[in-house]
Ligand binder design. Structure first.
Ligand code: SAH
Length: 256
């Protein structure tokens, strides 16, 4: 038996943001290896499948990548339809390449089904176009996170080079990131928006500036979050800051 392995993007959070193609394949899947970021309701699209959690959330219990690769290959020898289900798009910060390489090496057929990446789910929620005409001609998807054995990447340069930046796997270190970018000469007033659990009902947004990101500790983030930076967010950020200031003034008045 040599089955086929599908690397499917589950979308950013809301279960109905998976593609029709992804959902159709899940319907006939025999076994699904899913990430920690995949919504539990998304698994309902795969009623017949054995479900295997292979969470790769940093700083939590995670499953070794080689173990996942081996599992995919072994499953393809047992089942016709094997699914590797990943949050967002499988090819963006999703370690898909390692899995593809392992499948190729084992001579196993595979197919990639794209998904809505977190940046696009979050931009829809904030209601700001990442490429707003006249303000932004470029968007960078970047992460400051460096994997084990990888070289320290010059991620800050890519942020400075693009009109709009989306930082993945970064919100937990927002204060340090702010300091690094300020140190590289990025303007302190650059609008910043942090979006947590985008596309889910409990989603939260924090509108601030690059220098304001040093207060990130107060947000006590609980779920996956990303950072947007760029002029396209100015209006949204300014409106929010104005409300915050008004609330602060009211508090001062009432305290007196
Ligand atoms: N392949 C995924 C990204 C995986 S890396 C994709 O295309 O979206 C994990 C990072 O994605 C998190 O640290 C966070 O920065 C971001 N992320 C994933 N889901 C998110 C969500 N619902 N809201 C905000 N950020 C999210």
């Amino acid at each position: 038996m040599k089955g086929k392995v599908y690397l499917i993007g589950a979308g950013p959070g809301a279960p109905d943001l998976i593609t029709v193609r992804g959902a159709e394949i899940l319907k006939r899947a025999d076994i699904v290896f899913y990430d920690a970021l995949v919504h539990p309701d998304t698994l309902a699209f795969a009623p017949r499948a054995i479900k295997v959690a292979v969470g790769k959330r940093c700083s939590r219990v995670s499953t070794d990548q080689r173990f996942i690769n081996r599992n995919l290959v072994e499953a393809a020898h047992k089942y016709p339809t094997v699914v590797r289900l990943k949050g967002g798009d499988p090819m963006l910060f999703g370690r898909a390449q390692e899995e593809i390489a392992a499948l190729k090496k084992a001579g196993i057929e595979y197919e990639i089904v794209p998904g809505v990446t977190a940046a696009l789910g979050a931009s829809a929620e904030v209601g700001v176009s990442l490429t707003r005409r006249g303000l932004s001609r470029s968007v960078v998807f970047v992460t400051p996170r460096v994997g084990e054995g990888e070289e320290e990447a010059d991620w800050a340069k890519s942020v400075l080079a693009a009109d709009t930046a989306v930082l993945y796997m970064a919100a937990g270190q927002a204060a340090q990131i702010s300091a690094i970018l300020l140190g590289q000469g990025m303007p302190a007033a650059t609008p910043a928006v942090v979006v947590e659990k985008a596309t889910l009902p409990e989603s939260r947004q924090f509108h601030t500036t690059l220098s304001g990101m040093r207060d990130a500790g107060q947000w006590s983030l609980q779920g996956p979050a990303l950072i947007f930076l760029g002029e396209v967010f100015r209006e949204a950020a300014v409106a929010d800051t104005a409300i915050e200031e008004l609330l602060r003034t009211l508090k001062v008045v009432s305290a007196n």
